[in-house]
Write a new protein. Sequence first.
Length: 523
Amino acid sequence: MLVRHLADKTSISLLVDCDDDGYTSASLIYQYINRIDKDINFTFYVHEGKVHGLKDVIDDIVANDDGLVIIPDAGTGNVEECKRLYEAGKEVIILDHHTIDPEDNPAVIVNNQLSKNVTDKAMTGVGITYKFAQVLDDYFHVNYADDYLDLVCVGMIADRADLTNLQSRYYVLKGLNQLKNKTGKNKLLKTFVEVQQYSMNYDVTINGVGFYICPLMNSMIRLGEYEDKKIMFEALCNSGRKLPRKVRGKGEVMMSVQEYTLKACQSTVRKQRKLTTDYSDELSKEIEEHDFHKLPIILYNAGEDIEKDLVGLIANRLADTYQRPCILLKNYGNVCAGSARGYEKSGIVNLNKWCKDTKLFNYAEGHPNAFGLAIDLDKTDELINMVYSMPKIESLAYNVYGVYDDKTLNSMLVKLVGKYHYVWGCGVTEPLFCIKNITVNRHNVYLLGKRQNRIEFSYHDIKFIMMTKGTSLSKKYRDIVETGENIKFDIIGRFQINMKKEAQVVIEDLMYEKSNKRNVFGV
């Protein structure tokens, strides 16, 4: 179908779905087709809000003169919309990965979830688009598809592809090598990686991309101005255009569309971080006032003031703060909708499954512990009663890969595990270890950070560090140093190597008590 439309010089409508996977997917297929034939005319559809699929753009696409519609990373469930497109004389190609019954969707659907012959169910929208491009490589006798593995890598990491699948992992690692070795073709991703080198400890890993590259685009999609979203997609398509932008102390400066996008994304990241922190702190006060933070699942009304695109981020922050799952909903008339974030160590390993098993929710779609959901207002009382009747969380459960103490722990062991930092992420969990009987003098325990969100101490030549995303640790610090002159710690933590090449244990959780053992110098 695509080859036929290219031969006929058909104009193409291309939907840019509203997440990192959608943007990278659309960028890949556009750039690929543009290399096959530069004369093909495209009409791009970028969502103004965070709405997936065709629903908000269908009228515009039906009204245009384009003969082909390509929908990467969405569309399988848009049956009625696709029927309208065919009635308007258009054909549709969907390159998707979502587990949705297409029913009688008239579109040509390429979707790894819909075939028993495809074993790689982990591959996301950009991965499906890449595989489609590989088939086109064979047809046109070219070798273009691998030039976009940097896009594949970022899109699949952003969408939390399960990288225990070896094919998906292989392509992500190839993309990471392009980013790391600066051999990738994408100008915007090169710009992002360059500016985030320090934060990523001068390395490019799965977790590094997930924590420091993907959020730049994601914040723009959530909070950016519509024009800036369109500019970001243009930048992701390797445009060579220059744009003016005001820079503090320099006035209006001409810069590449990639530099412009970087500045815009940095601005939305700062805005997102501040709003998430402020809203979380405000909700925390209300939650603690009513003791909702003591329930097995935090279930709360996000209120009218919180922007719906931030609900998931706030739920994630609350789940981390209180170490239990969080369901955060907003009221929309007779329906409450919002986001849920799980906390596996609380005992509920899959919050999505828990929600579906209640039979109360209209839908709960997404990942096992990060998803959107909705429930009828008249069912919320039953949900609240169900949560109140659940057993209290008496303790957290950690799966550890080894147990060490003050005699068996050493810096070489920590570094041996830490050097494999590039392996972890997207389904390959960073291992946790239990460390017992670490005695430290209270004068060698420090509270650090502008928001007092970091506690540090050293034992022998190993640094121990406990951090939060912003919540103050001052109370915990006081509790620790007031325990006694010398304090014995039992710790659950991750083994890493820090930027100074020191052995470091990042503390996930700890217990402490007074110790009679003298350790004046904390070594």
